[in-house]
Design a protein around this ligand. Structure first.
Ligand code: GSH
Length: 328
């Protein structure tokens, strides 16, 4: 684990001392958008037109943020248009690597050994964390964007005129509701598990765990009479919540000490999680081996032995029985 400073790799853990033991996530730095006609998106520069074969996605199967982009690539039918590399689940002194292992897909562009080489290829003086996902443009040789929230918004529609599956996960009529759900789910749940797990004081940990379980309790109540977060359709808000929920009982409960309750102790959240998991194509994007290995083996200040637990045994394929909520 480390970061680039002026294009040089430095092995460093997150600094929580300046924030009373609280983990603060850094802002992503490449913020351009792929659009249908190559015009500029809500942030960044123009020049990134949706074209088949032009873009490459770098991901980790372990990472909940990268997982959002993997799900969209699958469900929007972008696999033949956007190629993808997968890093090794173990993140050690050199950060993410392409060391060969089960499920690792090498980098076809630079044949890189380390993910930081992709960042220095875009900017040889880059300073900042080296995170996944990264969307790379083979035409202009740069990183288009490294913020998953934006990558999925562009995948949602940018490629629709050139053959993507016409599925819309941010329909206009619920856009405001999705944005406000995201504003609630991101700090309390998506990043909430990290705030708990990476806290280095008791106070910071308890603050995060309290916020996390208050938020899960609220969503449990919300899902009592709604099949999905906004009602009957699956939206972006659901996929953003899904990638945290699917990791919860296997890693966040134990490794990050988010252990007041498991997701499988919440009847509605647990059914909802299975419902989303059982959407065609989604199960193939979930790799519990990469997920567990990444967290338990990489964070040695949390788990110094790096032992990866064998369990839990989770049956994501059990019937979810939530279809009746759509029929009511
Ligand atoms: N805001 C970013 C966060 C991405 C992120 O933090 N990814 C993690 C993996 S789960 C990472 O690559 N961390 C490496 C590091 O922080 O050094 C996004 O959503 O795309």
């Amino acid at each position: 684990m480390g970061l680039l400073v002026d294009g040089n790799w430095q092995d460093k853990w997150y600094d929580t001392d300046s924030n009373g033991g609280r983990f603060k996530r850094h802002e992503s730095s490449f913020r351009n958008w792929v659009t249908k006609d190559g015009s500029a998106g809500p942030t960044g520069k123009a020049g990134f037109k949706a074209e088949a074969g032009r873009y490459h996605l770098y991901v980790s199967l372990a990472c909940p943020w990268a997982h959002r982009a993997i799900i969209y690539r699958k469900l929007k039918g972008l696999e033949d248009m956007i190629s993808m590399s997968v890093v090794n689940p173990f993140m050690g002194d050199h950060g993410w690597t392409f060391a060969p292992d089960d499920g690792v897909v090498a980098d076809p562009i630079f044949d890189a050994d380390y993910m930081y080489q992709i960042y220095t290829a875009a900017n040889s003086e880059y300073t900042g964390r080296v995170t996944v996902p990264v969307l790379w443009d083979k035409q202009t040789n740069t990183i288009v964007n490294n913020e998953s929230a934006e990558i999925i918004r562009m995948f949602n529609e940018a490629f629709d005129d050139i053959g993507a599956t016409p599925l819309d996960f941010v329909p206009d009529d619920v856009l405001d509701e999705i944005d406000s759900l995201n504003e609630f789910v991101y700090p309390n749940i998506n990043n909430g598990v990290y705030r708990a797990g990476f806290a280095t004081t008791q106070e910071a940990y308890e603050e995060a765990v309290t916020d996390l379980f208050d938020a899960l309790d609220k969503l449990e109540a919300r899902l009592a009479d709604k099949r999905y977060l906004t009602g009957e359709r699956i939206t972006e808000a659901d996929w953003r919540l899904f990638t945290t929920l699917v990791r919860f009982d296997a890693v966040y409960f134990g490794h990050f000490k988010c252990n007041i309750r498991r997701i499988s102790d919440y009847p509605n959240l647990w059914g909802y999680l299975r419902d989303l998991y059982q959407v065609d194509g989604v199960a193939e994007t979930v790799d519990l081996s990469h997920i567990k290995t990444h967290y338990y083996a990489s964070h040695d200040m949390i788990n110094p032995t790096r032992i990866v637990p064998v369990g839990p045994d989770i049956d994501f394929d059990a019937p979810h029985e939530r279809a009746k909520l759509s029929e009511a």
